[in-house]
Design a binder for this molecule. Structure first.
Ligand code: TA6
Length: 294
């Protein structure tokens, strides 16, 4: 592994399971090389901002429940192969640490993963990914995708961010008013969002939106702001009661404590990349104390 500054350690969360631990005056974070997965992020003076399931499985080749799963090169079920894993394959591959830069305000880490067509049965294309993560008072994650083959291909995907909230039924989810959405990805009925999004049942919505989403958590006395780039669709998901029971790596009573707000390219927002072309999908998470609200 490349040389790392003092603020970036490499620990084993389980035997043979390497995790980068960032200990910097601006923030603390953990990033698993399995999946290139930002698992935890706590800015200084804050409580944890990302939700990580206490039942998350730390096994190479298994996805992690929580943090920011990288869903690529397809979002949800594979478009044509029902036996392919949901949300693509890169969240279960080992990424390598390609670059790391420590600065007074934080640490920038670049993880890399690439593949040739014959290496992936469900994705017979050449690709190169760079995942650039800024760990500081804010968190920014950029998935830079490059088509290194000689034919164009079409992808979908998401930065599937799990945000920690105090009580999901008490939060105010703003920024999607007036945008259209489909529920559960499978329901053909397109509806219009009126006012704030309310979570009082399972919500699994794909919104046609490129805007920021604010999650005001009055009990947590803070607002989380999720900004996006390279994304014209946003997923808002909470499994609620029944789906939580079906997820073996999530406690049944965990659903009130998190909300997923995902920067996606999904639904009508799939991306076709020509040979040699690139696309960047970005998510940025900021914290604003309620008392700081002007
Ligand atoms: O983004 C929402 C969603 O597509 C839900 O339908 C649910 O399946 C969630 O992702 C989690 O998927 P996973 O494969 O990580 O269990």
């Amino acid at each position: 592994m490349i040389e790392r500054p003092e603020s970036v350690k490499c620990i084993e969360l389980a035997p043979g399971y390497p995790v980068l631990e960032i200990i910097h005056p601006a923030a603390w974070a953990r990033i698993a090389l399995n999946g290139g997965h930002v698992m935890e992020w706590t800015p200084s003076g804050e409580t944890p901002v990302l939700y990580l399931s206490p039942d998350a499985e730390f096994q190479i080749g298994k996805p992690i429940r929580g943090g920011i799963p990288i869903c690529w090169p397809w979002f949800g079920p594979h478009p044509s192969r029902p036996d392919a894993p949901a949300h693509g394959f890169v969240r279960t591959k080992i990424w390598e640490l390609a670059e790391v830069r420590e600065m007074p305000s934080g640490v920038e880490l670049t993880l890399a993963l690439s593949g040739k067509g014959e290496s992936e049965p469900n994705w017979p294309h050449d690709f190169s990914l760079k995942f650039v993560i800024w760990i500081g008072a804010e968190l920014e994650a950029k998935l830079r995708v490059r088509n290194t083959g000689n034919v164009e291909w079409t992808m979908s995907g998401a930065l599937h961010t799990y945000l920690k909230v105090t009580e999901v039924t008490q939060i105010h989810i703003r920024g999607l008013h007036g945008t259209s959405f489909v529920e559960g990805r499978l329901s053909p009925e397109r509806r219009l969002q009126r006012g704030d999004v309310v979570i009082n049942q399972e919500v699994d919505r794909l919104y046609a939106s490129d805007g920021a989403v604010e999650i005001e958590d009055p009990c947590g006395e803070r607002t989380l702001i999720v900004e996006k780039g390279g994304s014209r669709s946003t997923v808002v998901w909470n499994p609620w009661i029944e789906k939580s029971k079906r997820l073996g790596d999530l406690p049944d009573d965990a659903y009130p404590g998190f909300l997923c707000v995902e920067s996606t390219n999904a639904g009508d927002d799939t991306i076709t990349i020509p040979a040699g072309g690139e696309h960047t999908l970005l998510t940025r998470v900021r914290v604003r104390k309620l008392k700081d609200r002007a």
